[in-house]
Design a protein. Structure first.
Length: 130
């Protein structure tokens, strides 16, 4: 018999990461934490998903991405257009200034552990920034 994994029942998390292996790892970590995860490879794809998926509650985004919009700019756009969505920024190369992190947002440096992911998700899931 197969031991079927219980499907995630927590809020939907959009993982925005241009590196495929890191993105898959982050999606798995979100699901292991009990969240449903969807993915985007850059900010433009993330915006398209946000425009069509009203069930997204948290965005977990890398800061350094190709294209005209980086993760900090994406976070600012999300805060302007979708204020209830919570934001977690991550990077292994850049530490953003506190003023670059949107109200209620969290910065999580790479590499991150499962416990750090869960703590960040719990923090933003219980945040009332709006």
């Amino acid at each position: 018999m197969f031991d079927q994994k219980t499907p995630p029942s927590g809020p939907v998390v959009l993982v925005v990461e241009d590196e495929p292996i890191i993105r898959l790892n982050a999606v798995q970590r979100m699901e292991d934490a009990g969240y449903m995860a969807i993915e985007a490879h850059d900010a433009a794809e993330a915006v398209r998903l946000l425009e069509t998926r009203p069930d997204i509650r948290i965005v977990f985004t890398d800061i350094e991405m190709p294209g005209p919009m980086n993760g900090v700019q994406l976070a600012a756009s999300i805060r302007d257009r979708w204020p209830p969505i919570e934001i977690i920024l991550t990077s292994g190369a850049v530490i953003p200034a506190a003023s670059a992190i949107p109200d209620g947002g969290v910065f999580l440096p790479k590499p991150y552990s499962q416990n750090q992911i869960e703590d960040a998700l719990d923090h933003v899931a219980t945040s009332n920034h709006a």
